[in-house]
Design a protein around this ligand. Structure first.
Ligand code: ZN
Ligand code: FE
Length: 256
């Protein structure tokens, strides 16, 4: 039952990089190094040596620090095989169903296309930790740059199967805007109203809203609820196909 200690490392405007430390072995992964200097400094402050560089997808705000972190640490660069050629320095290629170990902690890999065609998520089951990149955000999901609504809805359905206690570490701090948009989509959801108040409190205090929890997201994130009749009703689309409801919610967020 290997645990993971996860350190949030803010980068750029609203990105999160993560350090995931497995205490028994001392192994430490950096997830999505947008900015090498910042994450190397953070690891040094913690007294952790980076042993793995994990990428969720090829976008520069998740991979720009790969080569510099590798130069400083000799850690292998790991990412989606679907993105071969688009991830700087990738040496270990992962696909749906593969596993990836950081010390004694092992992640199952989900292919989650939609935001990008090659996007993957890392689920450390024993540690209850999901690195969801730009697929699943707290109260949101990634924009559809390289995929269809149907693909993203499929990807999110895989992730929402994970246990309630799963802590979700996503690629960006978009939660307050996502919450405001979600309230317009789903105005009568009591749980969402309570959650939105908590989020406002955290952001007013300049605190991160991450990690989110799967149990709460499943009840409040409109992008996980496209097949819920209450949401379809609220969108004025009773009986519509979940993919259509999902696409309409995504469009609402794009315009928000
Ligand atoms: Zn992205
Ligand atoms: Fe991003």
């Amino acid at each position: 039952m290997a645990q993971l200690e996860v350190e949030l490392v803010p980068a750029l405007r609203d990105n999160y990089m993560y350090l995931a430390h497995e205490p028994e072995s001392g192994a430490t992964a950096v997830v999505d190094p947008a900015d090498a200097r910042t994450v190397l400094d953070a690891a040094k402050r913690k007294g952790w040596s980076i042993t793995h560089i994990l990428n969720t997808h090829h976008h520069g705000d998740h991979t720009a620090g790969n080569l510099e972190v590798q130069e400083a640490t000799d850690a292998p660069i790991v990412g989606p095989s679907y993105d071969a050629g688009r991830i700087p320095g990738m040496q270990v290629e992962l696909m749906e169903g593969d596993t990836c170990s950081v010390g004694n902690a092992t992640a199952k890999i989900f292919h989650t296309p939609g935001h990008t065609s090659g996007h993957i998520a890392y689920w450390f089951e024993d540690a209850n930790v999901l690195f969801s990149g730009d697929t699943l955000f707290a109260l949101g999901c990634g924009r559809l740059f390289e995929g269809t609504a149907a693909q993203m809805w499929d990807s999110l359905q895989k992730l929402r199967e994970l246990p309630d206690a799963t802590r979700i570490y996503c690629g960006h701090e978009y939660t307050r805007t996502n919450a405001r948009c979600a309230l317009t989509v789903d105005p009568n959801n009591q749980k969402l109203m309570e959650y939105a108040r908590v989020i406002d409190g955290l952001r007013d205090a300049e605190q991160p809203t991450i990690p989110a929890q799967m149990g709460m997201e499943r009840e409040t994130n409109p992008f996980l609820r496209a097949d819920d009749q209450a949401l379809a009703q609220a969108m004025g689309m009773p009986g519509a196909d979940p993919v259509e409801v999902f696409a309409a919610v995504r469009e609402k967020r794009n315009q928000f």
